[in-house]
Design a protein around this ligand. Structure first.
Ligand code: ATP
Ligand code: MG
Length: 445
């Protein structure tokens, strides 16, 4: 079988072969090309040692030279070229203690995680498929190369990767591989939070974010995200919900676009419900104050997963306000814009919409028209260029000092109260009115 490969990759393979080495495109790029998907990056595996690779190409970078990887730079792009290797004994389910180079392509393919990721290709040799990767692609299954339990003992992250690939490709995890995950999932506690974050992120941004349910069923989330198990086990019985908190969450994930902040917000938005849950004598379940609890939990979880501050703050905020606790009016929209900022506000509307679409018909008929009204108010507020933050206020601290106020907390509070007035009524955003109002407040206090 012939495969289309980029000219740069063909050039790298050809250069290595002409120098007497073997070289193949390998892993995800072969898998994705066969599936007709656009590969994220192209990796090359070769019998040449890193030093030999470096001598053959004009521009290279030592990205992972200890592990045999040299990045070859061609045009504006980088291609990872890695020497055939065998991963030595593994230390604490994380890092191979040492890697040994080998002359055998088969040995290199054997160390890879799943059959569909263990195929190689070169224009001369065609597809090298020693573990039925092609068959598994056709069958739509994720299967470990060799003995699944052994492979998960070497590197526990592979268990989460199995679910991540199944979510990206819409595949099932093959029976024996799944059974091994069930048995070994506890070992995921040994894996660094950064690696877990990266795989969870890919799972959530995939075409099937709801496949995180598989991670729950296989006992993975119990180890890396136990709060998720709590929502899967939390019933909801009220006017707006027919599904458990967890199933509702999965539905909202499917109703929001594949954006990093949006998907994480939907995953976490109801994590506070189990804690907030109160059942009436008639069996109705309420969750008063859950958004705030969810926001606290979200913050802790994202921190624990070593997320950057920007993501942590944005998601926490979106979770906190996911119920849109503002009046449905232009004043309400201005308040929301002030709380969230101009960048997050439109995302909040997407969160609210996905949340509504994850509820029952009655809830959708109640909330979706409300959301339309909010969007209309938002359009008008923007068109009018209304003031929604201190920086748009017609007066600032210097004005108040010039009018005789002392710098300090009192001055800050006076400005905040002026802003509040203006959020309620933009007509009040004039120097004369606000100066007078601020001075009146001071005298009154
Ligand atoms: P993506 O599209 O996410 O980049 P990928 O298959 O290229 O998918 P990578 O994480 O980039 O995945 O890894 C590249 C290749 O290296 C894999 O296809 C697999 O062959 C191998 N590999 C990566 N991580 C592991 C691991 N933890 N255990 C075994 N093999 C791995
Ligand atoms: Mg890759």
């Amino acid at each position: 079988m012939r495969m289309e490969i980029p000219a740069h990759v063909a050039f790298i393979i050809d250069t290595l072969e002409k120098a007497g080495f073997e070289a193949y495109a390998v892993g995800g790029c072969v898998r994705d090309t066969i599936l007709g998907r656009e590969p994220g990056d192209w990796d090359v595996t070769t019998s040449a040692r890193p030093g030999q690779v470096k001598r053959l190409f004009r521009r290279t970078a030592d990205t992972g030279i200890k592990h045999g990887t040299v990045t070859v730079l061609l045009g504006g792009d980088g291609y990872e070229v890695t020497t055939y290797r065998i991963d030595g004994e593994y230390e604490d389910a994380r890092h191979p203690k040492e890697v040994a180079f080998t002359a055998s392509l088969t040995e290199d393919l054997k160390r890879r995680d799943f059959t569909i990721n263990a195929m190689a290709y070169s224009p001369k040799a065609g597809i090298i498929d020693e573990f039925e990767g092609m068959e598994d692609l056709k069958r739509g299954i994720i299967r470990a190369v060799g003995n699944a339990k052994e492979r998960f003992t070497e590197d526990a992250l592979r268990m989460l990767r199995a679910v991540r690939f199944s979510a990206q490709l819409g595949f099932a995890v093959e029976g024996e591989t799944a059974a091994a995950v069930r048995e070994m999932a506890g070992r995921l506690s040994l894996i660094s939070k950064e690696r877990i974050q990266a795989e969870l992120d890919k799972l959530l941004l995939s075409g099937h974010p709801e496949y995180i349910r598989r991670a729950y069923e296989l006992g993975i989330t119990a180890v890396i995200l136990p709060e998720f198990d709590r929502i899967m086990e939390a019933p909801q019985r009220n006017r707006y919900h027919d599904l458990s908190v967890g199933e509702h969450t999965l539905k909202t994930l499917q109703h929001v676009r594949a954006d990093h902040l949006l998907r994480w917000t939907m995953l976490l938005h109801d994590f506070g419900k189990p804690k907030a849950s109160l059942t009436d004598p008639d069996g109705t379940i309420h969750f008063h104050g859950h958004a705030k609890i969810s926001a606290e939990l979200a913050k802790g979880i994202l921190k624990g997963l070593k997320f950057d501050n920007a993501t942590l703050e944005a998601v926490t905020k979106l979770v906190y306000y996911h119920d849109f606790p503002f009046p449905v009016s232009k004043a309400g929209v201005r308040k929301a814009l002030n709380c969230l900022g101009e960048e997050l506000f439109p995302l909040l509307l997407e969160v609210c919409e996905a949340d509504s679409r994850g509820k029952n018909r009655y809830a959708q008929e109640t909330y979706l028209p409300k959301l339309l009204a909010i969007r209309e108010h938002y359009r008008e507020v923007r068109e009018a260029g209304d003031c929604v933050s201190l920086k748009d206020l017609a007066i600032n601290g210097r004005d108040l000092i010039a009018a005789g106020m002392k710098p300090g907390k009192e001055l800050g509070d006076a400005l905040e109260r002026c802003l509040e007035e203006v959020l309620g009524d933009p007509e009040k955003n004039t120097r004369e009115y606000l100066l007078e109002s601020a001075l009146r407040q001071i005298e009154g206090s």
